[in-house]
Design a protein around this ligand. Structure first.
Ligand code: CP
Length: 327
């Protein structure tokens, strides 16, 4: 069995696009235009040791729409890890109860530890500030779908990543996945202290992409084809580290109009922070067609169905040509 732990498992754009062809085939089931029961009798274990709405519910809904059922455990309090049980024991025990697991955990590398202890497929639903591979896959699927609608190519385009690039696991996975394409220009816009980790810059830089870092949102967004805003992960560091963070980093209608054309797409993995003083993405773009955030969330279902189809080897859903997907 395979796991999905990191986007590093995808070594070519072809391997990702094969998965997206399966996601395309899942669209009628995701939209309930077609019924499938291929996972009837199968059980998904959703183990979330951190808060989640989208990842937990959409993985669960994807499994149910394919005929399976879901057992959810949310937070440390409701698992016996609160009594000191190890990742190894938890994973071994769950392997006897369910057919696949989606796990979110606050420590980087912890989901891989779950995977090493089991022989059932494990999906990384976010491991601390590490990775969030299924989010990056649905983000890339969204970008390709939007670009196809706009008649644009991803190769050679300008991607602006803004916000907390240090602790934001979605941007870590997305930047590495995008690097499978050719000739991209990345602008990385973050407050001081929240820059993209050096290891990711080195990995992406080796593929010959242009990478520019700036602390000015206006400078970084100028001419972008995709704006990807992120929330500051305040739960992952002390308030004093915030330093230069301010309203200057908010993606809103005024700055999008000033810096980008009518074809830009504005994305965010969500949740966006709607509390007083939060700055990631304004609601004043809510009715602007350039805002793709809810098309992004909708794409989570077919992409996650495709992940299950491959990981669980659902032969009726995976065409012969795609059965050798190596990840
Ligand atoms: N994008 C994302 O991971 O959202 P949740 O935290 O709600 O799962």
């Amino acid at each position: 069995r395979h796991h999905l732990l990191s986007v590093d498992q995808f070594t070519s754009r072809e391997s990702v696009e094969e998965l997206f062809r399966i996601a395309d085939m899942m669209q009628p089931i995701a939209r309930r235009q077609k019924i499938s029961r291929v996972l009837e009798g199968a059980v998904l274990g959703n183990l979330f040791f951190e808060a989640s709405t989208r990842t937990r519910v959409s993985f669960g809904a994807a499994f149910c729409r394919l005929g399976g059922s879901v057992c959810d455990t949310t937070g440390f309090t409701f698992s016996s890890m609160a009594k000191g049980e190890s990742i190894y024991d938890t994973s071994r025990v769950m392997s006897g109860y369910v057919d696949a697991m989606v796990i979110r955990h606050p420590e980087m590398g912890s989901v891989a530890e779950f995977a090493r202890a089991t022989n059932i497929p494990v999906v990384n639903g976010g491991d601390g500030p590490g990775e969030h591979p299924s989010q990056a896959l649905l983000d890339l699927y969204t970008i390709l779908t939007e670009f196809s609608r706009l008649g644009k190519l991803l190769d050679g385009s300008h991607i602006a990543l803004a916000g907390d690039l240090k602790y934001g696991r979605t941007v870590h996975s997305l930047m590495k996945l995008l690097a499978l394409y050719r000739g991209l220009k990345f602008t990385l816009i973050s407050p001081k202290g929240l820059e993209m980790p050096e290891s990711i810059l080195e990995q992406v830089g080796r593929n010959g992409h242009v990478i520019e870092q700036t602390y000015s949102l206006e400078e970084g967004l100028r001419g972008a084809d995709v704006i990807y805003a992120t929330r500051v992960q305040k739960e992952r560091f002390a308030e004093e580290e915030l330093g230069g963070y301010s309203a200057e980093f908010q993606v809103n209608k005024a700055i999008v109009d000033k810096c980008c054309g009518p074809d830009v797409i504005v994305m965010h993995p969500l949740p966006r922070d709607s509390r007083e003083g939060a700055n990631d993405l304004s609601t004043d773009l809510n009715h602007d067609p350039r805002l793709a955030i809810f098309r992004q969330t909708d794409n989570g279902i077919p992409v996650r169905m495709a992940i299950f189809a491959v990981l669980l080897g659902v032969e009726t859903l995976v065409p012969h040509s795609l059965r050798d997907v190596t990840w």
